[in-house]
Design a protein around this ligand. Structure first.
Ligand code: COA
Length: 165
């Protein structure tokens, strides 16, 4: 496998958006319902940096095949030592280790920051996302029933947590 994991640049945003919007339209993995515009995506990307708590990484070779983020878990100040992780892989490239490559790079970067907890919120069922989080030390912390509605039905959400630092 020649794909590398690296911080995302401006030139990666169109591919990131295409991967994400596939899941917006076709999956309960994200609770967004309307595709994200490029203007929204550019604003979103401006909240990440190559240092600090909030990262945006991509995996790929010539083409971006997936991305992962660490984002504020909640805006109130005392939550600043908690981040929520997110990861999306191109639907044609899942199941071949790219999600693990992304988390395998992202989590050690976060370990060096002033952070104490990482969370992943997974709408169920999503066996590969639960397996990915568990492989990287996340354990179930909470399970909410019917927390979101998409495609005309309600979905349960499991929140997994992992210590950092
Ligand atoms: C979830 C996702 C990021 C995982 O990335 P991936 O590159 O497909 O996963 P990997 O190949 O790195 O495998 C990660 C783990 O999932 C397991 N896995 C992969 N595909 C699986 C499947 N279809 N069913 C069950 N487990 C699966 C792997 O065995 C591995 O577990 P292990 O380390 O215990 O063996 C990716 O499948 C994806 O983008 N899915 C759609 C979007 C999504 O659900 N994002 C997460 C939102 S919370």
């Amino acid at each position: 496998m020649n794909e590398v994991v690296r911080p995302a640049g401006a030139g990666d945003l169109a591919r990131i958006n295409a991967i994400y919007n596939h899941y917006v339209l076709h999956s309960h993995a994200t609770f967004e319902i309307e595709p994200v515009t490029m203007a929204e995506r550019e604003d979103w990307a401006s909240h990440y940096a190559d240092s600090g708590r909030y990262r945006l990484l991509v995996v790929g070779d010539d083409d971006v095949l997936g991305f992962a983020t660490s984002s504020p878990y909640h805006l109130r100040a005392a939550y600043e030592t908690s981040v929520e992780l997110s990861v999306y892989v191109d639907p044609d490239a899942t199941g071949r280790g790219l999600g693990a490559r992304l988390y395998g790079t992202l989590i050690p970067l976060l370990e060096r920051e002033d952070l104490h907890r990482a969370y992943g919120g997974v709408s169920l069922p999503n066996a590969s996302s639960v397996a990915l989080h568990e492989r990287f030390g996340f354990r179930e912390a909470a399970r909410y029933s019917e927390q979101g509605r998409k495609f005309g039905r309600y979905w349960d959400v499991v929140w997994l947590e992992r210590p950092l630092g």
